[in-house]
Each structure stands twice: as C-alpha cells, then as structure tokens.
Design a binder for this molecule. Structure first.
Ligand SMILES: [Zn+2]
Ligand SMILES: [Zn+2]
Length: 273
C-alpha cells in the first residue's frame, strides 16, 4: 500500500498522466488496440481531440473533463464530441469549453453543430447557464487550458490543423496531430528547452506512400525522415494514429526503424510521463 501511495504522490507532483482512449471494443466489450478515433486525456481534466470522448471515459473522468482542445475537424477527431455534450446536457454546472483556432471553430459550427447534423450547443443553455463555449486561440501564442500551458502551431494536413506543446510547468509533451512533413512544429519543439515525450502520427504503411502524401499523413519511412528535424535527444516517442487495417504492417515497419525509445502508444494505458 505504501508503494501505491507513493506512486499517487509522485503522480500528483511530478508526472503528467496521458491516456489514448479506446475507440473499438471486441464482442465481449474489451477495448482493442485498433485506433479508429483520436482522443487523449491529460490528467483526467483536459481532452485533446474528442473522437472517442463519449465512448470510453470512466464516470469520474466524465465529471472532470470540461476542456477540450480540437486540433482539426476530421471525423475521427470529433466523432463523439456532440454525444459527449448531449450526455452531460442536463448536468453541466459550467460549460464545456472547446479550445480551437477560429478556422476550426467556424468549420465545427458550419458542418457539425449546424442544427442539421446536431444542435448548435453554443446557443443552448440548461438551468445553470450555457452548455458549451468556444475559446479561440491563435497559432503560435501560448494559452492556458485548466492547469496546462499550451502553444499550438499549424501543421501540414488537408484541413486547418494544429500540433502543439503542452506543459504543466514540469513535464512537457509534444503532439503532432495529423500531419505530413512540416516545419513550424519542429521549430516550436526545438525551441522548447526540455521535451519529455513526443506523440507523433504514423498512419499508413510504406507501400502506401502516395496515399499518405495525398492525405497528408506519415508512413514509417517518411516519419523517420521527419524525425531527423527533431533537435532533442532522449525523449520518449510514442507513435499513434496507425490505420487499423494496416496496423500490423505499420508496426513491423516502425520496429524495423530501430529508433531508440520509439514505441507504439498503447491504447487505454495511462502513461505517467
Ligand atoms: Zn485528419
Ligand atoms: Zn485523424
């Protein structure tokens, strides 16, 4: 018990807890390692993207997550965001805050919360007040989200998309979001004095380089080239966003790169970084 207590203490003071939420479950209801949707929980308080946000959080997490950073409006990153707000509608005592660039907010309002696909929650209230509000941020400018400081920059994807650095003041984590080869993100990462972990996408196998390029994603090969821009040593590199249909192949090709401290992020596991 003492050991358990010590771990909790350490988590409270030294670590950022990060979890990639499951999005697919087998016939017995157990989470699988297939990532169809994207949603990271940071310290059970802040979500980065909201693909699986309504599907696999614990009741406790559902009660503490009120801030969501949306990197871009692709379905796999926002799929269950409307359902999450719908579930909580009658219970919220403060609004769900959606942090995004003005471009992404405009797309969410136009294409998702448009009264046709789903209600415009930004105009709705429960007995306590508004249920959802947008908190716009500008690329390149640091902003606060709950206990975290965040700086986001545009990356190279098919729609407006940001990657970001997130820090609780002690631990700093970089997230690429969905991207092909990019520059601003590496400038941001390399200008940050210390980075503990990098979460970066590797969507398609090497044999699908053309599709990866056209849809602005990495293959293990293009990721390896990209990582030559990383100016830090000794950080953990967690690869994410492996297309489920090619997961084994992408995993083999990632292992073959033999890059130190690079591994595939385990879905559902709470990492303490
Ligand atoms: Zn995308
Ligand atoms: Zn995606």
């Amino acid at each position: 018990m003492a050991f358990f207590g010590l771990r909790l203490f350490r988590y409270g003071t030294d670590h950022v807890k990060i979890q990639l939420l499951p999005s697919t479950f087998d016939a017995e209801g157990h989470a699988t390692q297939e990532q169809r949707l994207t949603c990271y929980l940071v310290d059970d308080r802040v979500a980065i993207d909201a693909g699986s946000i309504a599907l696999s959080m614990t009741p406790a997490q559902r009660n503490t997550v009120r801030d969501i950073i949306v990197t871009h409006p692709h379905m796999d990153h926002i799929a269950s965001l409307p359902i999450f707000i719908d579930d909580l509608f009658g219970f919220l005592e403060s609004p769900i805050r959606i942090h995004a660039t003005p471009e992404v907010i405009e797309l969410l309002e136009r294409d998702i919360f448009n009264w046709t696909v789903y209600p415009r929650f930004s105009e709705l209230r429960n007995e306590h007040g508004p249920v959802m509000e947008y908190v716009p941020f500008r690329a390149g400018e640091e902003f606060r989200v709950a206990h975290l400081s965040v700086t986001a920059v545009n990356v190279n994807h098919i729609v407006p998309t940001v990657g970001m650095i997130v820090s609780d003041g002690r631990t700093t984590i970089a997230f690429s979001s969905d991207t092909a080869e990019t520059e601003e993100f590496w400038k941001l990462v390399n200008a940050t004095p210390h980075v503990d972990a990098l979460l970066i996408e590797s969507s398609f196998p090497n044999s699908m380089a053309k599709l990866a390029e056209d849809s602005r994603h990495f293959t293990p090969e293009s990721l390896a080239r990209e990582l030559s821009k990383l100016g830090h040593n000794g950080l953990d590199i967690l690869t994410v966003h492996l297309k489920p249909a090619y997961r084994e192949q992408v995993a083999r090709e990632l292992r073959a790169l033999a890059i130190p401290r690079l591994e595939i992020m385990e879905i559902g596991r709470a990492y303490e970084i």
